[in-house]
Design a protein around this ligand. Structure first.
Ligand code: 13P
Ligand code: SF4
Length: 374
């Protein structure tokens, strides 16, 4: 049994969403920690292994963070996964402390599901353009204006936005949940990612009213340049995350969440793959498919902005040094307004129950009430 505790730092409750400009992409890139030397890297990993044991903590990492944080999470009994499995794993794991390497909404979801646990993150300013683009006041007004619609929000949102929602989805379960809602007669208010929403609408035919948000990473993939790249690699299959524009999705051989992309790469038998998602994903794709070649989908070309160049600047703020620091000092603890937690938990619990039923081969649609049912 662990005997010591990570120091607790008392801070006032902070707004989960930083004010505009607090951590823009420019600021985020400027704050990406330098690469450690091989000696520093080994020493940091040793320190983290020891601290995790000492403080009964476990690492929960996303596929987009630095390979060191992915490998160390797995090696120490934690997880590297998509956002849905991060939520499920953090909730079910018995550790007293979760060290979440990813972006802020991932830490907040972990805290909402397990308020009794300490949730630490290497950098609390690691946000997400979808979260930033969906402020609660404007979103609430949008919901108020459409009371006849069932509110479905993406996991990449603040705790306050989740507390306004009926259902939460991630890209690995959004199609199934929206299809089930449509089957029960629901009209949907969707936020915040318009590309993912459009994709789901095309696939399900559901009546969806969209918020106009986007991911700065996936929004930059270019269909014209992707077609040219496909011509240079005629054998390559194209794997696309559904936060990408419709014209890019139209060129895909497989569309899926980060875990969906990983599964498709393992199941398809092509020698080459062009991958339209954050390049952090390449680490796991290459590790699990040693004989296959993975090529980044293009973000350059006409109208390119390259805010991300296919790597999320906020994900890039996570580092080994950051993990060691928060374990040692107790800094960067995620706080969610306790008054929000019970309501924010409702849509998350619904998503987890729905996806658990799907996984178990049970009729998940039975968990969705008919429109008008209590
Ligand atoms: P996944 O749920 O597919 O891991 O996506 C999270 C995310 O932020 C994608 O940009
Ligand atoms: Fe948000 Fe896009 Fe970064 Fe994912 S990759 S965390 S959606 S900005």
């Amino acid at each position: 049994m662990p005997t010591s505790s990570i120091p607790v730092i008392d801070v006032e409750y902070e707004q989960p969403q930083p004010a505009a400009g607090v951590c823009s992409t420019r600021h985020a890139w400027a704050r990406v920690p330098p690469e450690p030397s091989p000696e520093e890297r080994a020493a940091l990993k040793d320190r983290i292994r020891r601290l995790l044991k000492e403080y009964d903590a476990v690492m929960v990492s996303h596929y987009y963070v630095h390979p060191d944080l992915q490998d160390l999470a797995e090696e120490t009994g934690g997880i590297v996964s998509d956002s849905l499995e991060m939520a499920r794993f953090g909730h079910q794991h018995p550790a007293r402390t979760l060290v979440v390497s990813g972006v802020r909404f991932m830490g907040e979801t972990a805290k909402i599901l397990s308020p009794e646990k300490r949730v630490l993150m290497p950098d609390l300013d690691a946000t997400c353009s979808l979260d930033l683009g969906c402020p609660i006041d404007a979103f609430s007004a949008f919901c108020d204006a459409h009371p006849d619609r069932t509110v479905v929000v993406y996991a990449n949102t603040s705790a306050a936005v989740k507390a306004r929602a009926d259902w939460l989805v991630t890209s690995s379960c959004a199609l199934d949940i929206v299809r089930a809602l449509k089957d029960k007669g629901h009209k949907i208010l969707w936020a915040p990612d318009r590309h993912l929403g459009d994709y789901i609408q095309r696939e399900t035919g559901a009546d969806m009213l969209m918020w106009n948000g986007s991911c700065i990473v996936h929004d930059e993939f270019k269909a014209f340049e992707l077609e040219l790249l496909k011509k240079q690699h005629p054998q390559a299959k194209v794997l696309v995350h559904p936060e990408s524009p419709a014209a890019v999705i139209a060129l895909a051989d497989a569309v899926g969440s980060t875990s969906g992309i990983l599964k498709a790469a393992q199941e398809l038998d092509a020698p080459e793959y062009i991958v339209a998602t954050d390049k952090g994903m390449m680490h796991k794709l290459r590790a699990l498919n040693p004989g296959k070649v993975f090529i980044e989908a293009p973000t350059a070309g006409y109208s390119a902005t390259c805010k991300s160049c296919a790597h999320c600047p906020w994900m890039a703020m996570n580092s080994l040094a950051g993990v060691a620091h928060v374990l040692e000092t107790g800094a960067n603890e995620i706080r969610v307004d306790p008054a929000l937690i019970p309501r924010a938990r409702v849509p998350i619990d619904r998503m987890l129950a729905f996806t658990a039923a799907l996984k178990a081969g049970q009729p998940a649609g039975a968990l969705v009430p008919h429109l008008g049912a209590a």
